[in-house]
Design a protein around this ligand. Sequence first.
Ligand code: CO
Length: 134
Amino acid sequence: MLGRINHIAIAVPDIAVASRAYREMLGATVSAPQALPEHGVTVVFVELPNSKVELLEPLGEASPIASFLAKNPDGGMHHICYEVADILVARDQLAAGGARVLGNGEPKIGAHGKPVLFLHPKDFFGTLIELEQV
Ligand code: CO
């Protein structure tokens, strides 16, 4: 079912500070910030030769990463995103196997304009998994 790692996401308290650290200290190429109100986050992507790192800052009152940052005030690894060929086939197969899909179970359009879903971290050893159809 799983393809490439599309990105690894790190929740950060201040995306400008984090972007500067990746750009200036790590010498990375960092995209411009992109607000995703439907997901309650602002994101930037750090471009790497083999993948991407997504830096996430809370956006709005009901941000899904607010409680994560309350527990991890310096930030921390938030989720890993795997590519899948067909997100609805993947979802149905996972649900049939007992995995919990977050939200209403319908894919949302993610930061790359592609459908995404999230799987409950308790079903995957403490790691929030994002699936992205590519
Ligand atoms: Co993501």
